[in-house]
Design a protein around this ligand. Structure first.
Ligand SMILES: Nc1ncnc2c1ncn2[C@@H]1O[C@H](COP(=O)(O)OP(=O)(O)OP(=O)(O)O)[C@@H](O)[C@H]1O
Ligand SMILES: [Mg+2]
Length: 331
């Protein structure tokens, strides 16, 4: 599949008192045209920092992009000027965040917020833009769209704001949509509706999506491929079924046991992964998961494992998966 986005060896740090937080460490992945890729991982694993770096929305300082490339349609976004990025955001790349109030303008009518995007990026006349904006509101399932067009964000419910944000993000038919926990704050029924809207829009418009989520049901329903992040690194990637049915990395296995699933039996408990992620000011020399891993060997403490490939689409970074490993346990 032709990639629309290629992230290569991305390294992002934060300068804080006490040192440098190495939040994203050597992250590489691709997103194909029309593909939906999930990024999953515990809190603090670097998902949002990765997404915000792609969009160049990460405030610098305190952050610093130390190394890497973000090729969008072959061009490195990390080399673009702020002005060029402004033109790309909202037009070629749309985004949706967890809290719509951070990206909706509370002082501007919802309709105007959509038409503004259209007149700015697509050079539509204002009457064309209005027609299109109403159509977008209808498409994301907002009833009485003509009336709603003239209302302010505070007159919308949480779910409707989220829908409005999707309408704004998709108004210019971006080829890539980045959604960072877009439904976490909403109740379950509304979550499902919003996901349906995104999926339908994607099918209609052929958008590629990067979806950051803690919800494996959403991953199962929406996504083609999964990227598993831990302590700023990609520790496993695979198609949805490779990750669900045949997870390889001990962290991925732990994560699957700790997160709610669709096929969960009622009395089957969620098992949290014991321990905490490493301090990213002083990341471990070896595998970052080593201290929490039941299967750790001596080498795991010292040398970061490289990628072992199981198929064209499936790889994981773990010494036990190394072709020469015979499961020799330490301790
Ligand atoms: N402004 C900042 N200053 C210092 N450190 C930061 C800053 N923003 C993020 N970090 C650090 O970067 C790391 C990655 O954070 P990030 O927000 O990407 O995690 P996440 O995977 O999105 O987690 P969550 O699931 O909770 O949203 C964390 O260790 C966090 O403490
Ligand atoms: Mg986050």
């Amino acid at each position: 599949m032709e990639p629309i986005l290629q992230v290569k060896d991305l390294n992002v740090s934060f300068n804080v008192r006490g040192g440098e937080v190495k939040a994203v460490r050597g992250v590489s992945f691709e997103v194909g045209k029309g593909e939906t890729v999930a990024i999953v991982g515990e809190s603090g694993s670097g998902k949002s920092v990765t997404a915000q770096t792609i969009m160049r929305l990460i405030p610098s300082p305190p952050s610093k992009i130390k190394k890497g490339e973000v090729l969008f349609k072959g061009e490195d976004l990390l080399k673009k000027s702020n002005k060029q990025m402004e033109a790309i955001r909202g037009k070629d790349i749309g985004m949706i965040f967890q809290d719509p109030m951070t990206s909706l303008n509370p002082t501007m009518k919802i309709g105007k917020q959509i038409t503004e995007v259209l007149t700015k990026h697509q050079k539509m006349s204002s009457s064309e833009a209005k027609e299109k904006a109403v159509e977008m509101l209808k498409m994301v399932g907002i009833k009485n769209a003509e009336e709603r067009f003239n209302q302010y964000p505070h007159e919308f419910s949480g779910g409707m704001r989220q829908r409005a944000m999707i309408a704004i993000a998709l108004a210019c038919r971006p080829s890539l949509l980045i959604a960072d926990e877009p439904t976490t704050a909403l109740d379950v029924t509304i979550q499902a509706q919003i996901m349906d809207v995104m999926k339908e829009m994607q099918e209609r418009l052929g958008t590629s999506i990067i979806l950051i989520t803690h919800d494996l049901g959403v991953v199962a329903g929406m996504c083609d491929r999964v990227i598993v992040m831990y302590a700023g690194e990609v520790v496993e990637t695979g198609t949805k079924w490779e990750i669900f049915k045949n997870p390889q990395h001990p962290y991925t296995k732990g994560l699957l046991r700790s997160m709610p699933r669709l096929d969960q039996k009622k009395d089957e408990p969620l098992i949290p992964i014991i321990g905490t992620p490493p301090d990213l000011i002083k990341p471990p020399l070896g595998c970052p998961f080593c201290a929490r891993c039941d299967e750790a060997m001596r080498i795991c403490e010292r040398i970061d494992p490289g990628a072992t490939e199981f198929s064209d689409t499936h790889m994981a970074r773990c010494w036990n998966l190394h072709p020469m490993a015979k499961g020799e346990q330490s301790s």
